[in-house]
Design a protein around this ligand. Structure first.
Ligand code: FES
Length: 217
C-alpha cells in the first residue's frame, strides 16, 4: 500500500449521476483492488481501481459533497492504496455491473475472458461496447437471457446484488461488495459483513466474496 497523490486528467459523464475520472499517474494494482481517496473534509471514500482510455481511472457516483468535489473541483487528490485483494479466474466469465464499476470492468477485461452487462437506472450518455440495460425491466430480461458462463461477478447496489443472486443461484457467483468503509485497512470494523464462516471485513478479506459464502437474509 502506498500514499498516493493523484492528478485528475479529465472526467467523462456516463449517466445521470455517474462519472469516470481519469488520472495522469499510473497505479500498479490487480483488478478488484480499490483506493481510499480523501475529500476536503478528510472523509476517505473507497473507489474500485480500473482503466479508461488507457489511463488509471475510477468510476464515481455523485451522492454528496465529497463525490461532487472529486468530479467537479478536485485537481489533485490524496489517498492510499491499492487495498483489498485482486481477483483472477480461469474460464469465461460474465461481469454484471452498475455504471460505477465500468472502469473495473476494463481492468478485468485486460486480464480475463469476460463479457460485460451494465445495468443503469438512467440512460447512458456515452456509447459503450458492452451489453447494456436501462431500467429494472430491461435488466431482468437481459439477465434472464444470458447464456451459460463458467462464473459470474456482480458489482452494484444491494438491490442489484439480490436480484442477481436469485437468478444465478446454484452457479459460481461472486460479489464485489460496496460496504461503507472508514479506514480501508481493517482497523475501524465499519465494513463488517456476515458470512457463513463468521464476520469478515470487506476491506481486508474482500472486496470480492463468493455468493454462497455470504449470509443473504
Ligand atoms: S474499512 Fe475499516 S475495517 Fe474495513
Amino acid at each position: 500500500m502506498e500514499r498516493l497523490l493523484l492528478t485528475k486528467k479529465k472526467t467523462i459523464r456516463v449517466n445521470e449521476d455517474t462519472w469516470i475520472v481519469l488520472f495522469e499517474e499510473r497505479i500498479d494494482f490487480s483488478p478488484g483492488q480499490f483506493v481510499m481517496l480523501e475529500t476536503p473534509k478528510l472523509v476517505r471514500k473507497p473507489f474500485v481501481l480500473g482503466y479508461w482510455e488507457d489511463h488509471t481511472a475510477i468510476s464515481v457516483q455523485v451522492k454528496g459533497k465529497g463525490t461532487k468535489w472529486i468530479v467537479e473541483e478536485a485537481e489533485k487528490i490524496k489517498g492510499h492504496g491499492p487495498l483489498g485483494n485482486g481477483f483472477e479466474k480461469p474460464g469465461k466469465g460474465l461481469l454484471i455491473i452498475s455504471p460505477t464499476c465500468l472502469t473495473m470492468a476494463e481492468a478485468l477485461r485486460k486480464k480475463m475472458n469476460v463479457d460485460v452487462l451494465v445495468g443503469s437506472r438512467t440512460p447512458f450518455q456515452i456509447p459503450l461496447e458492452h451489453e447494456t440495460a436501462v431500467g429494472d425491466e430491461e435488466f431482468l430480461r437481459k439477465l434472464s437471457s444470458t447464456g451459460e458462463y463458467d462464473w459470474y461477478l456482480v458489482s452494484g447496489s444491494r438491490g442489484m446484488e439480490k436480484v442477481c443472486w436469485e437468478h444465478l443461484r446454484g452457479k459460481e457467483v461472486y460479489f464485489s461488495l460496496e460496504e461503507y468503509m472508514g479506514c480501508g485497512i481493517g482497523a475501524c470494523k465499519s465494513c463488517a459483513v456476515f458470512t457463513k464462516e463468521g464476520v469478515k471485513h470487506v476491506c481486508t478479506d474482500g472486496p470480492i466474496f463468493r455468493g454462497d459464502e455470504l449470509c443473504w437474509s
